[in-house]
Design a protein around this ligand. Sequence first.
Ligand code: HSE
Length: 347
Amino acid sequence: MTRTIKFCVAGFGNVGRRFTELLLEKETELRERFGCEMRLTGLCTRSMGALLNPSGIDMRAALEMKRKLGHFDPNSPDFRRCDTAEMIERADAELFIELSTLSIEDGEPAASYIRKALRRGMDVITANKGPEAWHFKELEALAEENGRRFLYETVVMDGTPIFNLVRETLRGNRILGVRGILNGTTNFILGELERGESFESAVKEAQRIQIAEANPSMDIDGWDGAAKICALANILMNAETNPKKVSVESISGLRAPDIEWARQQGGRIKYICRAERGGEGGELRLSVKPEFIPFDDPLCGVNGTSAALTLYTDLAGELTITQTNPGILQTAYGIYSDLLTLTASGR
Ligand code: HSE
C-alpha cells in the first residue's frame, strides 16, 4: 500500500533544486520499494516568492519556473506572498524540510522555523548546520516532546553517513572525541598552495568552482568549521556548546614557506576541526586550526575538496571515514537518506 507524505520546504537554492530533482528521479523507486509518494504542499523562498497548495504543487513546474524565470510566476495558481512561518501554518504538511540560508552567528532563522514545525507536530529534516551548532539539545528535546523526528544527516560531510553510522551501526559505543577535515574550501586552498599557487588565486578558484561560502571568510577564518565541529560535539558527544566557544585560527596567514616546512618535517598542513574531552568527564575542548599532520596519518592524503572524519570510540576504536570531492548530489542525498530514515521508522 502506498502512503502519501505531505511535505513543505523552506529554501529553493541549489540544494533545494537538486533534492527536488532527486525526488522526481526516484519517484518510482520511492513508490515501489519504500511504499511512499511525496506530495509537496508548500515551497517558500526569500527572493523567489512562495508556492502553496495543500492538494499538491507540481514539482516539475516549480523547477521549470526557477530555471526559466529565476523566480516563481505570480500568475501561477499556487503563487502566494507569504513567509516561511505562514507557509508552515498553512501547508497542511507532516514533514518540514529546512534548506534556508545559514546564519552562523546564531543559527536563525532556521532554528525558529524548526521549532514552529515541531510544535505543529511535523517531522523535520534540515541541511542547515546552524540549528545543531547552536540549539541542538533544545530542538532534540522539542522533537521528543512532540513525538517527532529531527534529522540532519547532510549538515556535516554532505550525505556521508556520520550520524546514521553512530546511531544505527556503532550501537553501544561512546564517542570520546572527533577530528576532521570538514571544510572543502580550505582543504582545496591548502592543496593549491602546495602546487605553488598564490593564496589569493586559490581563493578565487574556490569561488569559481562554487565551494566557498558567499563570504569566503566563513571558510578561511574557520567559522564554517566551527559550526560543523559544534554540530558534531552536540550531537555525538552530548555537548551543549556553540561556535563562540571554539578556539579558531584562520588559515589566511599561511604561505608557501609554511607548506615547505611541513613537507621537510614529513607531513602536510591540514585545517583540522577537533572536539575532545580532557579525561573522563573532563572539559570539552574545541578547535579549528591549521595543524601539522604526518604523512602516515589517514587525514594526510585527503586532497582537493574532499573531507574526512576520525571518530574515537570506547569500543570500536579509532575509525576514519573519507568522502572524495563531494558535489551537490551528495548534499541532496543526505536529505533523501533522512527521508528514508523517516519512512523506515513507520512515518
Ligand atoms: N563552504 C563549505 C565548504 C561548503 O567549503 O566545505 C559546505 O559546507
